[in-house]
Design a protein around this ligand. Sequence first.
Ligand SMILES: [Zn+2]
Length: 59
Amino acid sequence: MSVLTVAECPVCGGDVEITPDVIVGELLDCDDCGSEIEVRTLTPVRLEVAPTPAEDWGE
Ligand SMILES: [Zn+2]
């Protein structure tokens, strides 16, 4: 009986499901494009692309 909210992925515009107990700062994965998305605000729900952790690709 969980109610899912759907917000728009900032990357691809697809639907991202958000659980009722989501918190600000929670990281979600977009099912459509696979991007990592961070919850910035809850009312209204606003999503932003999560900052990419530092990765050393050139090493
Ligand atoms: Zn997406």
